[in-house]
Design a protein around this ligand. Structure first.
Ligand code: NDP
Ligand code: HSE
Length: 439
């Protein structure tokens, strides 16, 4: 019976999940495949560390080279995370004629083009389903299910940690720090959780989705990125009071050939389908010109859901190896890959300042005559049209209040200019805060 050998580098949250799937679903997978899939070797950093799962003595090593240099290993799974040495492991595996499966969005977003070129040169492939939105098969949806479409828009929640934090802050009144700690304990957060809370992880994922959707080499620096570190319980309360929830949203959309990519918290209307996405769940709403609106939902982080996506790539690549092996009577283990045309257009990015949104603007003020007039006059001078205004006294003894304003759709750059002008007014007691609105 043919055996396809797999080498795993990294046995943390996701790597452990992959081993569990090999243990628990291995025979089911083999029955489906009709050949044997063997996890031959696992490389870790610290070999003395206690592991959650039983492993044969000869399986574990602290030398990734034992996997990379083994000619019998056909597929290398990289689940180390971070940039280096993970990137070096991937490049070495590809150059040795091995296909690679990775969940590493940072590396794909920053170096995807280079890696796919190396893979093509060596006639092998890279599976990266788990790099975006955990268990959700969104890479396959974009590459295959929606292949006939011109993608117009993606609106998504793609980070489990931040969605978990915002859900816990909203529903159980946990503090930001308490909720982040829980997300870390549950294995959702990155080794460096600032990647999650500052929005970088979402930006990496959006860059990958945009590359698949729009065929451009979109890099993380092309994604306008704001995280959730500035979101406070007061903001959540204000949002809820007007029928909104606060979510960290990733948006990529095409305007006359230009693409706008941005990650930031928004006021999301409570009746919007993405507002029902709670905890570590992710969801991706994609509009194609032929398919129309589609939506994908599932766990975006966590051990088994992510490992499920990793294993789906292992299975797909193993099948291709097996087919090629049969065709060629196994003279070599190198595959006849399809060449991926992931980048077929010149990059053309629409800056965030050029994008139109509706806004919620909140001005903490001293309650004195003419306050609302001064604010609305400046907005008016900048051509910002108001849809609603609410003024509230929050502390009568100190004469403090809030002026909250909802705008009609307006250019981001215009709003920023007007807010910079209003910031100079003496009646402001604290910083202005604002959120973009999605209805
Ligand atoms: P962990 O931090 O839990 O695990 C990392 C593993 O890599 C550890 O087993 C560590 O070894 C090993 N490692 C580190 N350096 C080396 C090295 N030089 N050689 C060999 N092994 C090494 O990470 P996760 O499992 O959480 O994440 C892995 C990847 O999956 C990341 O790219 C992450 O972004 C991605 N991902 C994670 C998700 C999640 O929910 N956690 C979801 C989707 C994607 P040791 O155990 O000895 O310390
Ligand atoms: N830290 C990531 C998240 C893991 O919370 O979504 C999944 O990519």
């Amino acid at each position: 019976m043919t055996v396809i050998n797999v080498g795993l580098i990294g046995l943390g949250t996701v790597g452990t999940g992959l081993v569990r799937i090999f243990h628990e679903n291995g025979s089911l997978v083999e029955n489906k495949l009709g050949f044997s899939l063997r996890l031959k070797k696992i490389a870790v950093k610290d070999i003395s560390k206690a592991r959650e799962i039983p492993l044969g003595k000869s399986v574990l090593t602290d030398k990734a080279r034992e996997i990379l240099d083994d000619p019998d290993i056909d597929i290398v799974v990289e689940l180390v995370g971070g940039e280096n040495p993970a990137k070096e492991f991937i490049i070495s595996a590809l150059n040795k004629g091995k296909s690679v499966v990775t969940a590493n969005k940072l590396i794909l977003a920053k170096h995807g083009k280079e890696l796919f070129e190396i893979a093509d040169k060596n006639a092998v492939d890279i599976g990266f389903e788990a790099s975006v939105a955990g268990t959700i098969p969104i890479v396959r949806a974009l590459e295959e299910g929606l292949a006939a479409n011109k993608i117009e828009k993606i609106v998504a929640i793609v980070n489990g940690t931040t969605n978990y934090i915002l859900t816990r802050m909203t529903q159980t009144f946990k503090t930001f720090d308490e909720a982040l700690k829980e997300a870390q304990e549950l294995g959702f957060a990155e080794a460096d959780p600032s990647m999650d809370i500052k929005g970088n992880d979402s930006a990496y994922k959006l860059a990958i989705l945009s590359m698949l959707a729009f065929g451009m080499k979109i890099l993380p620096e092309d994604v306008f990125t704001e995280g959730i570190t500035g979101v406070t319980p007061e903001h959540i309360e204000r949002a809820n009071s007007f029928g909104y929830v606060i979510k960290l949203i990733a948006v990529a959309e095409s305007f006359n050939g230009k693409v706008s990519c941005r990650v930031h918290p928004v006021f999301l209307e409570a009746k919007h389908p993405l507002s029902a996405v709670q905890n570590e769940f992710n969801a991706i709403y994609v509009v194609g010109n032929a398919a129309g609106e589609t939506m994908y939902y599932g766990r975006g982080a966590g051990q088994m859901p992510t490992a499920s996506a990793v294993m789906s790539d292992v299975i797909e690549l193993a099948e291709r190896h097996f087919r090629d092996c049969k065709k060629k009577d196994c003279p070599s283990r190198v595959m006849e890959t399809k060449t991926r045309s992931l980048f077929w257009r010149e990059k053309s990015i629409l800056p965030a300042d050029e994008v139109f949104n509706k806004y919620y603007l909140c001005f903490p003020i001293v309650d004195q005559p003419g306050v609302i007039g001064k604010i609305t006059t400046i907005l008016g001078v900048h051509g910002i049209s108001i849809s609603a205004v609410k003024a509230t006294i929050v502390d009568k003894s100190k004469n403090r209040g809030l002026v909250e304003i909802f705008t009609h759709s307006v250019r981001e750059g215009t709003v920023k200019k007007a807010l910079a002008e209003i910031t100079g007014l003496s009646m402001l007691t604290e910083s202005i805060f604002f959120y973009r609105i999605i209805e």
